[in-house]
Design a protein. Sequence first.
Length: 191
Amino acid sequence: MAAGWVRDEATAADWIAGLLDGCVATLDLPILQRLYHSFRDGGGAATTWTALLFAARPSAELQAEERHLGAALARVLCRLDIAEAAVWAARPDLTYAAMFALAAARWQIPVRAALGGYAFVWCEMQVSAAVRLVPLGQSAGQRVLSSLAAAIPAAVARASSLADDDIGAAAPSHAIASALHETQYSRLFRS
């Protein structure tokens, strides 16, 4: 935002939609799906998938955000009697997606519904940040979120169809923005 890449409703919608299509649908959601199935079937491959997702975060800031969100959800899950979340909380490569998948698998939420829920939460967090940082008004934020919500079913379908070897993302502007934010003089959010 400080670089001026996202400056209004249109550029915020484009930025977030681009990340939804090019990262969330091709990295987060397919890995979430595999984590879900792994937890449902005994958890064997979950460590591999969460390590891959964590390693795909291109900056220290995005990795810290991943650990922070994952640890917060793990604490909630422990309080809700999903004790295995405590084991995961100790991992240095803990991901939010792993804890989300664990909860969905334990509560027997259908996998496509879990993917859609995860995507919506991700979109909502991005729009919330844009409302405060761009800044966007509440109505503009709701319009952006509405347009993103309409794109979620296609993102889920795309994610569900990807083979293991097709999982990945390339978002160099996102990585650069995150790296710039790490050293920015004034920061609004803790990642």
